[in-house]
Design a protein around this ligand. Structure first.
Ligand code: CA
Length: 228
């Protein structure tokens, strides 16, 4: 895809790392805004339109998780990639629960971050154009919107993608491996445990019992009336 003035926010208090990321993004053709603490980052993400955000978790003044939670509760749905400390599994889960779309653990290669950002933007843009219904659930794949009984759901791009994939494969058991392959770039060796986290979050947001766990095999959404 081209770089039609895609705008990225980098929130990272480590000045060298911030500059390294920002310069690499600029070289790749993005417009980049920089913030060096949680307050500044939160303000920018709350008021400016970004195509993606790179957000460090450990930030002065306001930590990255709080920043992200506040954005999401204010309906700021831009894709967010969080930067976590190495081996801090709890940070990853907290970040995903707060609405992160992806994460990279430090130390990382800048190229990896760039690839993830490209993937996030690509997914957020979406291509499909159809509406799928299943019982009370309705998915508008073009507008990337989902409703349950007419009430709009606040879904992150990953949650939407997961739900969309299950609905596109209605009545079929979809394995975690298949979901991982679908949700992440194939170049990356991703942990399928994150899928459980996404499914759990999606279930809570749906509020209706639609996603079945098929033990040892994966997940399934059944069309109404089936299997009765
Ligand atoms: Ca930091």
């Amino acid at each position: 895809m081209g770089h039609e003035t895609m705008r990225i926010l980098v929130v990272e208090d480590d000045k060298d790392l911030n500059r390294q990321l920002s310069e690499a993004l600029e070289e790749a053709g993005y417009v980049v805004d920089r913030a060096f603490d949680g307050d500044e980052g939160h303000f920018l993400g709350d008021t400016e339109p970004y195509d993606a955000v790179i957000l460090d978790i450990g930030l002065p003044q306001k930590d990255g998780i709080s920043v992200l939670e506040e954005w999401r509760s204010a309906d700021r749905v831009m894709p967010v990639l969080i930067l976590t400390a190495r081996d801090r599994w709890s940070d990853k889960v907290a970040g995903i629960d707060a609405g992160a779309d992806d994460y990279v653990a430090k130390p990382f290669h800048v190229e990896e971050v760039l690839a993830r950002v490209r993937a996030l933007i690509r997914r957020a843009a979406g291509h499909a154009s159809s509406e799928i219904s299943c019982g009370p659930l309705r998915l508008d794949t073009r507008g990337a919107k989902a409703t349950v009984n007419g009430v709009a759901l606040k879904l992150t791009s990953h949650e939407f993608r997961l739900l969309s994939y299950l609905l596109h494969h209605m009545d079929k058991v979809v394995s975690r491996t298949e979901l991982v392959e679908h949700m992440y770039d194939q170049d990356f060796d991703r942990d399928s445990n994150t899928i459980e986290v996404f499914v759990g979050r999606l279930r809570r947001k749906l509020g209706v019992d639609m996603i079945e766990t098929i033990r040892g095999l994966g997940y399934r959404i059944q069309a109404p009336g089936d299997g009765s």
